[in-house]
Each structure stands twice: as C-alpha cells, then as structure tokens.
Design a protein around this ligand. Structure first.
Ligand SMILES: Cc1ncc(COP(=O)(O)O)c(C=O)c1O
Length: 488
C-alpha cells in the first residue's frame, strides 16, 4: 500500500485534513452496506458506500428477475436450442476448420494442476514448463521446424509475430530495405492485413487456371524488395501447391523468406511438413488443427515455428531443458513479448492432450479423413465444383446468390459453408466438412445442398423460414449484437 493510501485508510488525507469519507478503493469487503478495510490496514474505520458515490449513479430499486431454478434452467436451455453449435451438427465453414472438439480435452484442461500462478518461479512450475517444452518440440517435429514459440494467441497473431521475426532477421543481415510481402490472391485476409500492419507493401499474386500460384508471375514479382512470400498449402481452394519446391527456390534466390499459413494443416498432418517444402516460418492454428472451440470468440493459440537461422529472434520467454530440469530464457536477439506469459495456457494444454491421445498414427488418420470427407462431399453435390481433387476443403459455385443458398440451407437443419470467398470462384460456397464428420452427416449436408439447388428463386429469397431469426442484417448483427435478455 502506498503512503498516501495508508494515511487515508486511517482517516486522514495527505495534506493533514481530517477525511470522514475515505475513498472506497482502499477497502476490500462488504458488510451490511459498508465496505471495511482489510484487517492488516490496522484501521477499524468503516466507509459509507452511499456517501462516496455520486447521486446520479445511485438508485433505490433494482429490477431483478425473481425466478425459481427450474425457470432459469429452462430459460438458458431454450436459448441454447435457439442457436446452432458444433455440438448440434457439422459447421462446414471453409477455411475456418470448425471441427468437433473431443470432451476429454476439457477434462484435462480442468485439472487443478493447471491452475498454477504464472508468476511462480521456474522451480515451482516444472510440470508446466515440461508441458510447454514438449509441446514446442512436438510442434517443431510436426511442422519440420527447428524452434517454436507458443506465445501468439491466434493464427493472425502468429502471422504478425512471424513477419516481425522475418523483419528482424532481414535487418540483422543488413537487408532491412526489403519492403514487400508477396501474397497470392486466394490467401486469407489476415495475410494481407498482417503484412500491411507490419509496415510492408503487399504485392498480390494472381492464380493460374488451375487455381494455384502462377509461378511465372512470382518470378516476375520476386526481387531485391521481397521480404517474404506468404502461402497457405493446401490453398484456400483446397488445392496442394504442387510447384512448392520451385516457388521456394525463386523466393530464396531473391533473398526472401517463405511463410507458411498453417490454417489448413489438418490435411497434411503426418503426411508432409512445411519445413521440408522449404518454408522458413509457419504458424499453427492450435484451435483449428488440434481442437479447441473456435469461432464466436473462443480463445485461440497460434504458435510459430522457424528454421534455425531465425530462432534467435523468437519472442521471449522460450522454454528449454537443462540436465532434466526446465527453465525459461530469452533468445539472443528476441523481438520481445507478443503476449502475457505463454498466451492462452489452457488452449496449449488441450492441444497437447489431443496430440498425445492421437499419436503419430492418429494424426495421419486425421489428415486422411479430412481429405476423404472433402472429396466425398464434393462428389455428392449437384452444384458445380471447379478444380480438384481436394485436400481439406472445396469451393463450389452457386448458380444464384451464394448468401441466399446459405440462408436456405438453414431451413434444412444444417449450417451453411463460407460464402463469396475466395473470389476466384463465382458465388463461392467454400466447404470444409472436416475429419470429425461421419458419412451419415456428410450425406445430410449433401442432401441439404441438393434440396437448395432445386429450390426456385422466389423461395430462396424468402429463406430462412424455420429459424428463430429470419433475414437479419448481417453487418449490423456482427457490429451491434443484441446481447440483453430484455431484447429476446
Ligand atoms: C487460411 C487462414 N489463415 C489464417 C487465419 C487466421 O487465423 P485465426 O482465426 O486463428 O486468427 C484463418 C482463419 O480462419 C484462415 O482460414
């Protein structure tokens, strides 16, 4: 407690005037309308709450619902039934990888051993540090990377961190004048945004007629200004960039680095590693690839992996093993912190539990099933599906407004795909069934797609008719959500 604070707790202001109504922030607990100072503040004074609050902020009555427990339980259950979540059915939002999250990871996360205060010493946190170290190592092995930081709290934050690491590396090489980041037109919006936020000019790369990177265009774009190429592989059309070795050579010959956007890694697990393809930096979306509720505001975690030359620039702290003990340390030329402590700790715990439970064979089966499910669903629907064969997702083309198709799918009891992106496909329906769905659920989705394809334009324009909310204004719904029970 500060000196000023102490004096006030004893009823005197710092200028010596007696103070009858001491400010309430010095007090700690509420007793019958009065807040009392902590015992160790050595004062028996009590403070009147009423007198310390401005009149226009106080009220005599508070309208609280007076309800019995069954009513409250039923109210919240009804609210949950008005919604649709991954526990209700598939959410095939392309690019977002909204897969079912196994409940055992929640049990692991709820273990009281995870509730250690992050400011405890390394010595006190050996179990926690061991988990962090093993996860760093495991992700490095999965991605083919030499070093990993767990700190960034989302994929987009991983991108921004990775670009900062690349920038620091170029600067140290005396190459700080490199001012451009190349991003394919089909890339996720966060790639463009992260590069721009880091102060780079973004050079957009066109796709070829196969939906992949146009290698000639890359050759023309890459040069002494190139700091980085950011690439998702497989890309957002679900297509593997087969020319990746040639692409890596072009970028490296120009003195640039290759960044791998790991959002689609669930289709490569155990099969191929970004590090082996020539990538220098990558992020992992733990919340997509290794199961944590994702979307709708759930916390995420976007660790990045790097090749050995970039390891000294990683954020601090890193965890290492020394003679069987674990300790935190700051890499030599670290870019600093990008989050408090280690980021969203429980997301890390869940991801590690998920990886261990699946093991090497299980991870391979994840990618095989993700690829099988996407190709099966793509082959089952009436809508035109350009390109292919696919990895984790496919992009169908609606004959009509893709947003109308999405709304009409709701009437068939399923969640629609991502719409209108990537823009290289007209009226895109970007669909990622994920590895967690059974054939029966994929058939439900296919039936819903086909029922909507057979629906006339007048009916489409009216949909949805069976949902709690009908045609909402999507932009306002996202920007001004109504979250009060009074509005329901
Ligand atoms: C291809 C791709 N890259 C990057 C991101 C950004 O990841 P995050 O949502 O974790 O920030 C996403 C998110 O959906 C994505 O689909």
């Amino acid at each position: 407690m500060s000196q000023e604070h102490h004096e006030r707790a004893n009823g005197e202001s710092t200028d010596g005037e007696a103070e009858t109504d001491a400010p309430h922030q010095q007090t700690r607990w509420y007793a019958g309308g009065q807040y009392e100072p902590l015992l160790n503040e050595k004062s028996t004074d009590t403070v009147s709450v009423e007198s310390s609050l401005p009149d226009d902020l106080t009220r005599d009555e508070l309208e609280l619902p007076d309800l019995a427990e069954p009513e409250v339980t039923r109210h919240y259950t009804r609210l949950s039934q008005m919604n649709y979540g991954i526990d209700s059915g598939p959410i095939p939002l392309g690019s977002c990888t909204m897969k079912y999250n196994p409940a055992f990871t929640e049990d692991v996360a709820a273990h009281r051993g995870n509730r250690v205060h992050p400011l405890r010493s390394d010595e006190d946190k050996q179990g926690i540090l061991r988990l962090l170290y093993e996860l760093q190592e495991t992700l490095g092995a999965i991605g083919g990377m030499d070093a990993v930081t767990l700190q960034p709290p989302a994929g987009a934050a991983g991108e921004f961190t990775g670009i900062q690491v690349a920038k620091a590396y170029h600067e140290e090489q005396g190459d700080g004048s490199r001012s451009e980041v190349i991003v394919p037109e089909s890339a996720h919006g966060t790639n463009f945004a992260s590069a721009a936020m880091a102060g780079y000019d973004v050079v957009e790369l066109p796709s070829n007629e196969d939906g992949r990177v146009e290698v000639d265009a890359l050759e023309a774009a890459a040069g002494e200004d190139t700091a980085l190429l950011m690439l998702t592989n497989p890309n957002t059309l679900g297509l593997f960039e087969r020319d990746i070795e040639a692409i890596a050579e072009i970028v490296h010959d120009a003195g640039g680095l290759l960044y791998y956007d790991g959002a689609n890694l669930n289709s490569l697990l155990g099969k191929a590693r970004p590090g082996d393809m020539g990538f220098d930096i990558m992020h992992f979306n733990l919340h997509k690839t290794f199961a944590t509720p994702h979307g709708g505001g759930g916390p995420g975690q976007g660790p990045i992996g790097v090749v050995a030359d970039l390891a000294p620039f990683l954020p601090t702290p890193q965890v290492r093993e020394v003679d069987g003990d674990y300790e935190t340390y700051e890499p030599d030329r670290s870019i600093g912190r990008v989050h408090e402590f280690v980021g969203n700790w429980l997301v890390l715990v869940k991801a590690y539990a998920y990886i261990l439970r699946h093991g090497d064979d299980g991870l391979e089966r994840i990618s095989e099933t993700a690829v099988l499910n996407a190709n099966y669903l793509a082959s089952r629907i009436e809508y035109e599906v350009p390109y292919g064969p696919f990895h984790h997702e496919f992009v169908a083309s609606a004959d009509e407004d893709a947003a109308d198709v999405a709304k009409a799918m709701l009437d068939h009891g399923v969640h629609p795909p991502t719409t209108k992106w990537p823009e290289i496909v007209d009226e895109a329906l970007m669909t990622e069934p994920t590895e967690t769905e059974s054939k029966a659920r994929l058939d439900d989705l296919a039936a819903a797609f086909d029922a909507v394809a057979a629906t006339g334009p007048a009916e489409l324009a009216e949909a949805p008719t069976t949902t709690t909310a009908r045609r909402i204004d999507q932009a306002s719904a996202a920007r001004n959500p109504r979250l009060s029970w009074r509005d329901l």
